[in-house]
Design a protein around this ligand. Structure first.
Ligand SMILES: [Zn+2]
Length: 375
């Protein structure tokens, strides 16, 4: 993995290269950024660059033996640590090394994966994953060996917020004073959860979230999706590269027709039909549930804007027709309330609210908006 594989973030890449060139790499760097940011790909690209035997001006070469091993995540001097949980086959000494093959597959398929994607791949969805004290022991043991092939030994700890307190405490000394030419890259989505004793031993490195333009560039890799599909996926994902990719890969749901039907059912208070919609919504994958709510939100926002000027609205003809009919059914105030309500529902969904209750509650409230305007 080269820096060039990550869209945008030129400033971050340059800072890392400068750290290396000026010999000022802190021995423990904490890459922090929100979920969907490039913190993990950036840490691994930096590890690749550091170990590359034929560095280019601003990137690794991608071709030397070290780069080739990094591309497959099999470099013997780069130790990958991540949250795991016991499985039927692995009950003792539950450490990352025992899951490394699944992790490689998961990462190489989707470098912007989140922790839930990882749990799903390795089949530990319903357990409590963590980075255990055995892992700390494993790290310390490995560091007592000399590097195999490179000058640096690099430990990449993905999601250190899953470290057990005893793991964190066992690592304090080695984080403070690691053996020569040892580097720690901690890669976190939620560093506030780390112990202050860990935070005081690392240098913080902020990875900002992608701009929409960066995400668009990244999706140029899909040659069979149109620009408007990409725009829509970025919007529906809340500008999250990981979610947007899933939306693009998933067969699309006919959001417009479902939205029309649903609102019609709410308008006529047809709770028999709304009940059927509850099951439909409940059976969607989480990504599609979110995409449906975001899509509804998008059209409601368009309806609000179109009350001002329809020429401002960037949507398809079908959507325009729907929006112009729909806006006649609600007054300004109800429409604004409805937008707030949908917006809140998306965040409840993100926080694992029960989808049926959420959708029923939404349907009742939307129905009430219509009845208020009708009377
Ligand atoms: Zn190289």
């Amino acid at each position: 993995m080269k820096f060039a594989d990550i869209p945008g973030l030129e400033e971050e890449k340059k800072r890392l290269i400068d750290f290396f060139k000026s010999d000022k790499i802190h021995h423990a760097l904490l890459f922090f950024g929100l979920e969907g940011s490039a913190n993990l790909p950036l840490a691994l690209s930096f590890a690749t660059y550091i170990n590359c035997e034929n560095k280019k001006e601003n990137d690794s070469c991608g071709e030397c033996p070290s780069c080739l091993k990094m591309n497959k995540l099999i470099h013997p001097d780069v130790h990958l640590i991540f949250p795991v949980a016991p499985s039927p086959k692995i009950t003792k000494e539950v450490v990352s090394d025992k899951y490394i093959e699944s992790w490689r597959v998961s990462y190489l398929e989707n470098p912007y994966m989140n922790v839930f994607d990882w749990f799903e791949t390795c089949g530990i969805e319903n357990k409590q994953p963590n980075i255990s004290k055995d892992e700390a022991r494993n790290i310390i043991k490995k560091l007592s060996l000399k590097p195999f092939e490179s000058r640096f030994k690099i430990n990449v700890i993905w999601l250190p917020e899953f470290m057990h307190n005893s793991t964190a405490n066992a690592l304090l000394k080695i984080l403070e004073e690691p053996p020569g030419d040892t580097l720690f890259f901690l890669v976190s989505n939620n560093y506030q959860k780390l112990l202050s004793t860990i935070l005081s031993r690392v240098q913080m490195f902020k990875v900002k979230s992608f701009e929409d333009e960066d995400i668009k560039n990244y999706f140029r890799k899909f040659d069979d999706v149109s620009e408007s599909e990409v725009d829509s996926a970025i919007y529906l994902s809340g500008s999250n590269i990981n979610t947007a990719e899933k939306i693009l890969r998933d067969a699309t749901v006919d959001n417009l027709n479902y939205l029309k039907e649903w609102l019609r059912n709410c308008y006529s208070e047809n709770f028999l039909e709304i009940n059927k919609k509850l099951d439909w919504f409940n059976d969607l994958s989480k990504i599609k549930k979110r995409a449906f709510l975001m899509y509804s939100l998008k059209l409601m926002r368009e309806a609000l804007v179109s009350k001002i000027d329809l020429s401002l609205v960037k949507i398809s003809e079908d959507e325009k027709n729907f929006v112009s009919n729909f806006r006649k059914t609600l007054d300004q105030e109800s429409l604004e309330d409805l937008i707030l309500l949908l917006d809140r529902s998306v965040s409840y969904l993100d926080r694992n609210a029960n989808p049926k209750i959420l959708f029923l509650d939404l349907s009742i409230k939307i129905s009430n908006f219509f009845q208020k305007v009708k009377t």
